[in-house]
Design a protein around this ligand. Structure first.
Ligand code: SF4
Length: 485
């Protein structure tokens, strides 16, 4: 079959889309560049990135004291750091550091390590320890930071026949998570990152798959699965032609027809909106999204937002406009975090901005029990107060957001409120999603605890011994462990 060619003067990306053909592996299935009806006047911008080794090359950091800069070196020797020029130049208010929320979101802060670990690492660096010594100390500290929260390494590994499917998780019946190997980084890193373990170069802490074929085989063998979530890192760091390997067949392979929803988890709308505007394959990315939409798929960009400031630049708004032009929906999600967004006003403004731009507020999470959590954590009761305070301050279209939600081992648990029942002050909880789908929507109650920050710190109310799901969950874990041995 000959390779199709296309003209580029149509009003829709879909009009540019070829019939699936035999196309060389290196090329996108879509041809053409920045000449569509979604033409943009933004200049191309080279992507420039800084890692821990290049902290000294960021001139704005001269505004900090020597001690503050040394602290950054200490923390970034343990936790991942990656930053790009767009974020430095456009999202941080350098007149307000270190308090600036985007500075806190992206640059290492001393409180991210415990005083003991910070001191140990600082001594090694000050004393001129070798790279081997520093790396060994970093590995020991990382092991204390719960690198794989919510049992994601042991509990969620799907099987195809006898084979464990690397780079996939199948935690809930309807949804498969896929971690493409080429998408295991991000345009910048968030300091609170719950997937930080994947970025520190320890292969034992990574899970990622090379195989589009194994993904498709697994999905074809599981007709109950309706949702595919491509996640990372950030799948949007991939070239469009690589992303197509995973997604293109969903639009035309009858054995994958049951996959109705394609979700792509991404922070690129914040950290590199050029991905959808000026990158040389930005238009092809949009064509791919539109192709899936036209094939009848619900395509959702699960955009990670932590603060309204991320949506204030012209290029961020242009990226949103262009993605929405494909028919894909942008849903927003992110955790409530100390130092970044722990106020109802911040969340209300974030959700109002999103509604104005056509983004659907979707989830407020509780920060996960991993990595630098000690610095970012807020008590569950405070997260609930922020959520309910913000919700009251937005119109009905902003009240689509669920939360605060914990992505815990047994499932996604939402705090629905604080109440007094039979004279006892309680948290009212419910599963949004459970490992057993029957758990969803069932309310349950925990003793009120003003200090609790995660599900495992809550105890059942009314003198009950355990929560309703715990015995069944224990049995599930035993079964899963047996299946993997
Ligand atoms: S975008 Fe997500 S995966 Fe990437 S650094 Fe931030 S939290 Fe981690």
């Amino acid at each position: 079959m000959s390779r199709p060619s296309f003209t580029n003067d149509n009003a829709s990306y879909a009009n540019l889309i070829p019939i699936p053909g035999m196309i060389p592996r290196q090329s996108s299935r879509f041809r053409g560049g920045g000449d569509s009806a979604f033409r943009t006047n933004f200049p191309a911008n080279p992507f420039r990135v800084f890692t821990a080794r290049q902290l000294d090359k960021i001139p704005q950091l001269e505004l900090l004291s020597r001690d503050q800069r040394f602290s950054m070196k200490v923390v970034s020797s343990v936790l991942p750091f990656r930053m790009n020029q767009y974020v430095i130049d456009n999202l941080i208010d350098w007149g307000n550091i270190p308090e600036d929320p985007i500075f806190q979101l992206t640059f290492p802060q001393p409180g991210m390590l415990s005083p003991e670990n910070f001191g140990r690492m600082a001594d090694l660096i000050r004393g001129g320890a070798s790279k081997t010594e520093i790396d060994a100390a970093a590995t020991r500290i990382r092991a204390q930071l719960n690198p794989h929260p919510a049992g994601q390494q042991e509990l969620n590994v799907p099987m195809l026949g006898d084979e464990a499917m690397e780079g996939m998780q199948h935690k809930y019946r309807e949804t498969v998570l896929f971690f493409p190997s080429r998408g295991q980084t991000c345009h910048s890193y968030c300091t609170f990152c719950f997937r930080w373990a994947q970025f520190v170069g320890d292969k034992g802490l990574r899970f990622a798959s090379h195989e589009a074929e194994s993904l498709h085989a697994y999905l074809a063998a599981h007709p109950d699965v309706t949702d595919l979530l491509l996640t990372g890192g950030d799948p949007m760091v991939m070239k469009t032609r690589n992303l197509e390997d995973y997604l293109y067949s969903l639009a035309n392979n009858p054995s994958l027809e049951h996959i109705q929803t394609v979700r792509i988890g991404t922070k690129s709308m914040t950290f590199w909106p050029h991905r959808f505007v000026t990158d040389d394959d930005a238009d092809n990315m949009l064509r791919l999204l539109e192709r899936l939409v036209k094939a009848g798929k619900h395509v959702a960009l699960m955009a990670h937002y932590n603060h309204w400031r991320e949506m204030e630049t012209d290029i961020a708004r242009e990226a949103i406009r262009r993605v929405r032009g494909t028919g894909a929906i942008i849903r927003s999600q992110g955790p409530a975090l100390a130092h970044i967004n722990d106020s109802a006003d911040t969340w209300a403004r974030t959700w109002r901005t999103q509604v104005k731009l056509g983004i659907v507020p979707y989830y407020m999470f509780v920060g996960r029990d991993t990595g630098a959590r000690r610095y970012f954590e807020i008590p569950l009761v405070e997260a609930f107060e922020i959520y309910s305070g913000a919700l009251k301050a937005v119109s009905g279209l902003g009240r689509t957001v669920r939360g605060p939600s914990m992505s815990a081992e047994p499932g996604k648990v939402e705090i629905q409120g604080v109440s007094e029942i039979r004279g006892e002050k309680v948290f009212v909880l419910r599963f949004i999603q459970g490992r057993n789908p029957d758990w969803a929507q069932r309310p349950f109650f925990a003793k009120f605890d003003e200090k609790a920050i995660w599900l495992d710190q809550l105890v059942p109310a009314f003198g009950e011994k355990e929560f309703f799901y715990e015995a069944e969950f224990r049995a599930m874990k035993e079964n899963m462990a047996e299946a993997l041995t």
